[in-house]
Design a protein around this ligand. Structure first.
Ligand code: PLP
Length: 294
């Protein structure tokens, strides 16, 4: 089946999709994006993703918004036309192309809008089952990480370095020794006493949609989450750790910089959190992820 993408209002075979090299997204990373998980052929938390997209565009003073109803329809149609049961929809909005390279943003943007969808297992994956081995790398990003900018070079380099070292992913460490977040996820640790800890929201991390959903689910169970920053040292000594993201949902972390956490296997609290989140998005946990019942 030919993969369908969507560019500026037109559905088109993905290989034929084109944008101008003068696009400010290409020249200046002047754009934002969202990745929305798809499970059972439906988007997961699309409203929150679109809210965050609008916030990112507002913070960058785009002065124009894509039509939200149209974007919702684009998600639905890309999922249907591409036969996506489990996977994601990628959506990018840039300030557009103006035929030259001017640092000064135009008064009236001509937004470039691009989306495509891809099938990908989210739940029954080796990483969800066995956990990630992560390395720590210095967080060299700009200071507005609350904006989901397409300027992802630091993250791409971090993940490439992780692969070069034989690891699965990278966690980013601020100059003060505290973990900010994962290269494309929010970072969580669990103490020996079962306390679940993740960094509080601010400009130094992205307000993850999956993070938000987990707060809701854990809150409904009366479970407390401690929002505070933690050091790399604390993470290495944690009983358990995990990441949250639309592309990996809840993924255990079993090793940091070669140091095994606990038994070096996904821990019971992380398993419980996985089960809770999978159930919240409508997965039949007994079928979809038998290992979480361990
Ligand atoms: N932090 C960063 C830097 C990310 O890139 C992502 C997702 O791509 C997240 C956190 C998690 O956000 P979400 O749960 O909305 O996917």
């Amino acid at each position: 089946m030919t993969r369908q993408a969507w560019v500026n209002g037109v559905y088109i075979a993905a290989e034929e999709a084109r944008i101008s090299p003068f696009d400010r997204g290409f020249l200046f990373a002047d754009g934002v994006y969202e990745v929305t998980a798809v499970y059972n052929g439906r988007t997961v938390d699309m409203d929150r993703h679109l809210d965050r997209l609008e916030r990112s565009l507002g913070e960058l003073k785009f002065g124009a918004m894509p039509d939200r109803k149209e974007l919702e329809e684009v998600h639905r149609r890309l999922i249907a036309d591409n036969g996506i049961v489990e996977g994601y929809v990628y959506l990018q909005v840039t300030r557009g192309a103006y035929g030259s390279r001017d640092f000064v943003a135009p008064d009236k943007p001509r937004l470039t809008r691009f989306a495509y969808a891809e099938s990908r297992a989210l739940i029954d994956t080796p990483h969800a089952r066995n956990g990630l081995r992560v390395i720590s790398v210095p967080d060299i990003r700009w200071s507005r990480r609350d904006i989901k900018s397409v300027g992802l070079l630091a993250q791409a380099l971090a993940k490439t370095e992780a692969k070069a070292q034989g690891a699965d992913d990278a966690w980013l460490v601020a100059p003060d020794g505290h973990i900010t977040e994962g290269a494309s996820s929010n970072a969580w640790i669990v103490t020996e006493d079962g306390e679940i800890i993740t960094r509080a929201l601010s400009n130094v991390i992205l307000a993850g949609v999956t993070r938000h959903a987990l707060f809701d689910s854990l809150g409904q169970q009366g479970r407390k989450i401690t929002e505070r920053s933690f050091t790399l040292e604390e993470a290495r000594n944690a009983a358990e750790a995990f990441t949250t993201a639309a592309t990996g949902l809840v993924t255990p972390v079993v090793e940091i910089d070669g140091v095994k956490l606990g038994q070096g296997r996904p821990g019971p609290i992380t398993r419980g959190v996985q089960k809770l989140y999978y159930t919240a998005i409508g997965a039949d946990v007994s079928k979809a992820a038998p290992w979480v019942l361990d």
